[in-house]
Design a protein around this ligand. Sequence first.
Ligand code: PLP
Length: 479
Amino acid sequence: MPDLTATASRAFSDALTVIASVEPRISDAIRAELADQRGSLKLIASENYASLATLLTMGNWLSDKYAEGTIGHRFYAGCQNVDTVESVAAEHARELFGAEYAYVQPHSGIDANLVAYWAILNAKVESPTLQRLGAKTVNDLAESDWEDLRAEFNRQRVMGMSLDAGGHLTHGFRHNISGKMFAQHSYGTDPESGLIDYDKLLADAREFKPLILVAGYSAYPRRVNFARMREIADAVGAVLFVDMAHFAGLVAGKVFTGEENPIPYADVVATTTHKSLRGPRGGLVLATKEFSDAVDKGCPMVLGGPLSNMMAAKAVALAEARTTAFQSYAQAVADNAQALADGLLRRGARLVTGGTDNHLVLIDTTTFGLTGRQAESALLESGVVTNRNSIPADPNGAWYTSGVRIGTPALTSRGLGADDFDEVADMIVGVLTGAEPVTASTGKPGKAKYTLPDGLADRTRARAEELLDRFPLYPGLTL
Ligand SMILES: *Cc1c(COP(=O)(O)O)cnc(C)c1O
């Protein structure tokens, strides 16, 4: 591909001039965000940097078109260009992941999960109400029948990974709609190894008999065996739903293959497009043919009208993800996580599960005498951006936590390699070793405040800046 960075520079610069003529505070904020992103050592495992082509695709008049419905079957006239955009994005998604069917309308990962849940209910619940009425799907029901149906749906069970083991809110947690829609049972990890215990999972599933088994995570630093997950789902007659929001880029980049690739094993797969997949903010759902009609009901049943400009950007990012360059990127994400984990372990940190084989590590901050909150703040003050995260059986609860989650997708996009991540490990352990919890008035260590030795934050920030200078974000983009 020719280097079009100079062209992109002009495009962004001109766009900002136009925006500034209407509301300069917004063009200023957009510029400031670029400066912030360039200047921060971004180790948040769910974030990345989309390509300039992907970013440029988002701002245009596709946004002005209403297109509720599906490709070729819209509730509005004149959707031929949206049909093209959605078809191309879905084609790339199907071919990239080897899926039978792709639905690219979801506006985010959570929306994609809701579409998936609704589709599974729609396709699988053996509802006496539906049978009595002879209705094929819930969409054919009269309003008066809904009360019975709601009760039937409400009795359905979902089984997903617990939050403190690394699962996501949408896997049945009580503060999310999924926990209100379904009866929920969560599976954790083995207390010794920190790994998923598939035998125990099977035993629990036999007891709980879920309609939906959810596999996938936000903070589990290991690969999942989806062949095992399929066996467990089959043993109890459950639908296997995989939420690959975090690791879709490693599937796309063919780092997760064989039994670690969810697509051949799952009935329905949902993902974000903006995490390791490195696309625009959004989501998508992949499914077998059996579920495709039900997934197509996503809009308007679950979702607002499609964001056609964002579907266009998904198409561009998915095209990028089909290149060998993206495969090299995905492999580097995993290699860098390995280097980071090795560097942390060598310097005495304790990692949940003892390491990683995906794109993230989870440091147990209690070995440094810190809560996750204190560790996150001390690192942030030192120019290292992470997020606090619960660890299994967390002694400090979901707010303060006892861990920090660190991911490699964003900085790998900037070009950092294994040696650089070893340097990052050195900076992190330096800060966490130096930080001291501030004792509360009760005489016990507090959970939020901390102190750092004089100069440590400044020295670490200088090291972070030196590293970032060597790996400019969007090199050649003159803004
Ligand atoms: C991030 C994430 C989501 C939610 O994605 P949003 O785009 O923020 O709605 C869903 N599931 C998992 C496993 C995630 O990690």
